[in-house]
Design a protein around this ligand. Sequence first.
Ligand code: IVH
Length: 716
Amino acid sequence: MTGVDRLTREQAAAELARLAAEIARHDRLYHHDDRPEISDGDYDALGRRNHAIETRFPDLLRADSPSHRVGAAPSEAFDKVTHGRPMLSLGNAFEGDEIREFVVRVRRFLGLGDDLTVDLVAEPKIDGLSASLRYESGQFIQGATRGDGRVGEDITLNLRTLRDIPLRLSGDELPDLLEVRGEVYMAKGDFETLNAQRLADGEPPFANPRNAAAGSLRLLDSKITASRNLHFFAYAWGEVTPPPSGSHWDMLERFERWGFIINPLTRRCADVDQALAFYDELAAARAELPYDIDGVVYKVDALDWQDRLGMVARAPRWAIAHKFPAEQARTRILAIEIQVGRTGALTPVARLQPVTVGGVVVSNATLHNEDEIRRKDVRVGDTVVVQRAGDVIPQVVEVVLDKRPGGSVEYVFPRQCPVCGSTAEREDGEAVWRCTGGLLCEAQAVERLRHFVSRDAFDIEGLGEKQIEEFWRAGLIKEAADIFSLEAHRAAILESSGWRETSVNNLFQAIEARRHVSLERFIHALGIRHVGETTARLLAGFYGTWEKFLEGARAAQDREGDAYVALKEVDGIGPKMVETLVDFFTDAEAIAMVTALAEVAPPEDFEAPRGETPLADKTIVFTGSMEAMTRAEAKARAKSLGAKVAGSISKKTDYLVAGGGAGSKAAKARDLGVTTLDEAEWLAMIAGAGDGRPLDRVLPGPCPFGTAAAPTGPSW
Ligand code: IVH
């Protein structure tokens, strides 16, 4: 072999190309196929030669060079990356029956006849963290965390160190552009070794392999990531050009050919019974697997069906997670304390003798509400079974009665707010006691502000819970609007500990940068009960501007008037939400608060995410039955094209789509002069809008996808 110092530039370039391919092939043989062809010594020699050539010709460093596997110099912070398509989360189920219902819903949505079966792909649900990998012309060019689903962090350098992630795709029929999604995880064995090492070095151990993987991936020094031996299973995709066709299973096979690792337990199931049998098998094998899994994910195999099913909120209708039962442990209740939430809800929390549940130390568990405490008869001093499932707050499952100490007394739920002393109220039909102190209650005020600045709301960098509490206590921020005049208190802030000139300047800049958020974020930030992100978005889409929203919500107080009727008609807004919204806007204090806020920080008008479509901003009503699609699919389609779907005809209706057997609605539409479309006209109207896929799958839109727990159970 020619000595490195004698290589010409051309020879060096050619050899680096050959080494990149050869080392990648050995990586695959070793890590994926488990049949290495050369000794570790020979493998290392290839790496050393590659490194030596690169050192002599640094400008010849290739994007797919194996030396990226060893990591790069530390950087300052991660850049933000907007995913080509949002990274979705999954609806959860715990019971087999819920999975059967899932399939029934899929069938109903698609209007499938009995002759058609729904093939499912069942995959282990890997307990790691998801990442998105972007390939252009076969080269790995960028890797990102999930972040809020729409925007993640650029962790390319760290991901490049994972041997399971090809730096260049292999095989043929490579897409021009490919976003591969999958899970980064740490094997249980590597986790044990890492923790033993950390303890020996006097560093705190990680709670579980998932945290260890997360901690190892979000390091600014990718050399450390490289030493952590993280792995990656590919199981989904985002933007792909040209778009894939066929089945999910075919796509996984393509992934394999391109060099990714697919979980070997993945199975194609011809029906729900096979899928559930797979779940049982996996549950039994779980403890023996070399990595943590927390359930099974079922995905409708046919991609054209996936496309038609689309998504709801931030989860696909074509997939569902079937979680394993939560992990449990026993411990003792030291005290029961009451927490006051932003809407005044009093939530009892059990303070526990710390106990490890599924690898995580738990010292608090929620007791939900008064009825739950009574139902389980939970008392201070009791030994209880606590459980945690995934990321959810630990819960008290039951009391171990034979361990109850003598003389224990029933817990009496307070009738007063423990923070401000105001009386608590419990409305008819509600399980929750609420503090009536409103914004006078410190807890409520602070919680509201915390919600206001949280990630899915105003998301002001550098203004987190801690700072909000600090400013509240100092009297600098009493309500949301005050945030935008915080600069007036510069001197006072600088006097308090922890703030320096630069950090204060950064904070003011960050506040300024978020002065005008989207209308949906703004509405969500107000913290109105039952108005979460999805509802806020629906409302923003319905009213379009802050002024119209405020006017509409205030006018809706008149339960007989048009404004109330219109609000009730917004598809997806339930009666509870309507009532709490109307209530919120009857409260003079609340109105003063939001008006002051909108004055100093007016939100942007709602922007339909999808540009011009024939249905954008139209109000549409469906009646009767259609041949080509079910009513549910038609509604979803209309919404994804920017339309508002209403339940009944009014003057505001733009179109009535009348399928077979349409009755009184068609007559009413005629009376009111509303345009009526038959099925063929409806299909013609939506044909050509987008490329046949629901647009909510094509365009990310401005919708803020939060990282809060995935929706529990599909709501469609
Ligand atoms: S599919 C479009 N498949 O679970 C659907 N997710 O609860 C996107 N996860 O954020 C997810 N194993 O981090 C999918 N085989 C699998 C998975 C999986 C683990 C994680 C993933 C996702 C979370 C949703």
